[in-house]
Design a protein around this ligand. Structure first.
Ligand code: FES
Length: 158
């Protein structure tokens, strides 16, 4: 995950602003690059978009997809949409929260893992579906999920 860099953040925001894109585009660029929206980006966004800092905070908190916290080293995403629910996604989510000791949508205190809900990964016929460190996973059950979580993160894999 890239470290905070004021110049990079400013460049990303100015890029969106220069193309007359909404502030949400700048937020998306920041989050894609830094993997979260650092609090230090808020005054930059406010200045460039001529908004108050509270307005920027409001926009960030309105969209569930934006996060101001850095993600964990592992990111477990589980589909909570209807087709996956019909084949056990709720039970799987409950198991994952218990197994990882972290609530859905949160990152563990040690920064080790983030557990996120997603709403359809396009794998509806093969649910419950999820994504473990970016890798899609299908036909998940508690045992398979634990096995995937126990494996190394993708970047550490041989
Ligand atoms: S509903 Fe889960 S992948 Fe579509």
């Amino acid at each position: 995950m890239p470290e905070w860099n004021q110049e990079t953040a400013k460049h990303l925001i100015e890029q969106a602003h220069g193309q007359e894109k909404p502030v949400t585009t700048a937020l998306r660029l920041l989050q894609d690059y830094f993997r979260h929206i650092d609090a230090r980006a808020i005054p930059l966004l406010a200045a460039i978009y001529n908004l108050g800092p509270a307005e920027v905070h409001g926009i960030i908190s309105f969209y569930a997809d934006f996060t101001t916290s850095p993600p964990g080293r592992r990111i477990i995403r589980l589909c909570r949409a209807e087709a996956c629910q019909a084949v056990g996604a709720d039970e799987l989510a409950a198991h994952a929260q218990k197994h990882l000791g972290v609530k859905m949508g949160k990152t563990s205190a040690d920064g080790g893992v983030t557990l996120e809900a997603v709403y359809c990964l396009g794998l509806c016929a093969n649910g419950p579906a999820g994504q473990i460190d970016g890798e899609l996973a299908v036909h998940l059950d508690p045992e398979k999920l634990e096995k995937l979580i126990a494996g190394p993160p993708e970047e550490d894999a041989p």
